[in-house]
Ligand binder design. Structure first.
Ligand code: PMP
Length: 402
């Protein structure tokens, strides 16, 4: 993979940190900033229905962005790509429309995982609260990997939804999503399977059609795009049969005071003016990732994660959570006798940006009997020097804290 750091203006700032908080959000390349600037400076108009030239240009850019997003994830059609404000919105959308459709009811079961982000727990828990469905939780193995045996044992005639993270944001482990989806469908062909791809998009090649899930959600801001953007991919037949979640402009075909009919896909799920600039810039980010080569990014990040894993494991009293292999672009550690926040604060003072805390995975932390971890997460622009600087800073910080 080519060295892409100079594509990111932030790293030219004199006080730029060694940035290892990419699982929280990534920095933005010039291609994305330019797309935002060009849209607002020269192309700004509301989309669809506009009779004028600018509106046509903006509409074309926006719908081309959708086609680019579809190609990026291997969707059969751009109609299956719903733009959202992020991964969280996508998951909430699905939870709500399943309820509106009456597809989840009293006694049904919704399977989530111990390593899930709150975004992939709470919407389901709220759905359970409203419908009388029950949350079932797949435990982790002692090695902190997905427990396939426990999962398949949990599946039953009432399993209505399975919601899994593709890559866990707190542990960094890649879940065997293809097998997870296949088992859910074997158990019950009409089980709805949603994959939370927040930590996978941009880090590993995606092919939603081949995965066999029903929904795949991710956030733009973790793939070099602006905040407030995201994609929810859904299987066409489901998107067509499910009802909309929000009412308003754009999602309608015809409105009378007696009755409203809804727009075709994907607009049925996009009430109101969307984040036009953001979605155009999201497509620029996805094109940027394609240009770097997502498989090459994956290999590059994997090597950095291995380097972090080995370097951190070698430090006295540091425990890296989970096995070395089968991991995405991050490692999480706990340190004997040292609070994660203290280590993170010292690292910050040494110019290294990491994330500390529960990473929106409180149930996971509870299951591990800890309050948080220190998480080092990499992206395409990180390099060996970043990792070595973080390792040296961690070693120094730990000497100070003990
Ligand atoms: N799921 C996972 C695995 C995540 O890492 C995150 C973000 N930390 C989310 C969901 C939620 O993403 P957002 O806040 O961008 O909606």
């Amino acid at each position: 993979m080519r060295d892409c750091r100079t594509d990111f203006p932030l790293f030219a700032e004199a006080d730029a940190p060694v940035y290892l908080d990419n699982a929280a959000t990534t920095q933005k390349p010039r291609a994305v900033l330019d797309a935002l600037h060009t849209y607002y400076a020269a192309q700004n108009a509301n989309i669809h229905r506009g009779a004028h030239r600018l509106s046509r240009i903006a509409t074309e850019l926006h719908e081309q962005a959708r086609a680019d997003a579809a190609a990026f994830i291997g969707a059969a059609s751009a109609d299956e790509v719903v733009f959202t404000s992020g991964c969280t919105a996508g998951i909430n959308l699905v939870a709500m429309v399943l309820e509106f459709a009456g597809m989840v009811g009293q006694g049904d079961e919704i399977v989530v995982t111990t390593d899930a982000h709150h975004s992939n727990i709470v919407p389901w828990q709220m759905l359970c609260g409203r419908t009388g469905a029950q949350l079932r939780v797949v435990p982790l193995t002692a090695e902190l990997t997905f427990d396939m045996a426990a999962y398949t044992a949990l599946l039953g005639p009432r399993t209505r939804v399975v919601a899994v993270p593709h890559i866990s944001n707190a542990l960094g482990l890649v879940n065997p999503v293809q097998e997870i989806i296949a088992a859910a469908k074997r158990n019950r062909a009409d089980c709805i399977v949603l994959v939370d791809g927040a930590q996978a998009a941009g880090h590993t090649p995606l092919d939603v059609a081949a995965l066999g899930c029903d929904f795949y959600a991710f956030s733009g801001h973790k793939v070099y795009a602006p905040t407030g953007t995201g994609v929810l991919w859904g299987r066409r037949a489901l998107l067509e049969s499910l009802p909309p979640w929000q009412g308003g402009g754009e999602m309608i075909a015809e409105v009378t005071f007696a009755k409203t009919t809804y727009n075709k896909l994907p607009f049925k799920y996009e009430a109101g003016t969307p984040n036009i600039a953001g979605n155009i810039a999201l497509a620029a980010a996805l094109r940027y990732v394609r240009e770097l080569g997502v498989a090459d990014i994956a290999a590059h990040e994997r090597a950095l994660a291995d380097r972090l894993y080995d370097g951190l494991s070698a430090l006295d009293g540091v425990r890296v959570l989970g096995p070395r292999g089968g991991r995405g672009a991050l490692v999480s550690v706990v340190v004997d006798g040292v609070h994660h926040y203290d280590l993170g604060t010292l690292l910050d003072q040494m110019g290294v940006a990491v994330r500390t805390g529960h990473h929106c995975c409180q149930p996971l932390m509870q299951s591990l009997g800890i309050t948080g971890t220190v998480r080092y997460s990499v992206a395409a622009y990180n390099n060996d020097a970043d990792v070595d600087a973080a390792l040296a800073a961690t070693q120094r910080a730990l000497r100070m804290l003990r």
